[in-house]
Ligand binder design. Sequence first.
Ligand SMILES: [Zn+2]
Length: 174
Amino acid sequence: MDWVFDGGRVSLDFVNTLRDRYADGRELLVSPAALSEWLGLTGLASVPATSDDLTFALVLRESIDRTARSEGSAADIRLLNETAAAVPLPVPQLGSSGRYLLDVPDPVPAAFAALAVDAIELVASAPLIRVCAADDCGVRFLDASPKRNRQWCSMAKCGNRAKARAHYARTKGS
Ligand SMILES: [Zn+2]
């Protein structure tokens, strides 16, 4: 899977599971197994997701995206609030290897609640949520740079490509 974790917040990484948002979008959450994989990689849940979970995840994800870009409808905001309140948030526990162990009865709903809470905290803290400046990317990320002037989702990916293009344009022009 072509996952990206450049969002700076787990709720934005979740939004970025629909890649290529600059165009029509490229879905990475193509199956319950893909959702399970993503939830496992983020540490939110390590159980199989169902097709109902997947259907809900896609709806929640787009509500988070619109809300994070200040385009959320009343229904989007209600969905975030209801999802956040649907199950009690798990209390994180440190394991002996340093990893979190989240032992909860309903891991997938708890993961959705954690994503909704993260999105609510993000939006409520009036952060700088940006869209990557590369015209063929579309990844959303939190700009926490000192000067609040971060342009690219990742310097290693889009930033260096943009610099290479600019360099090529300069040398070609001279
Ligand atoms: Zn990018």
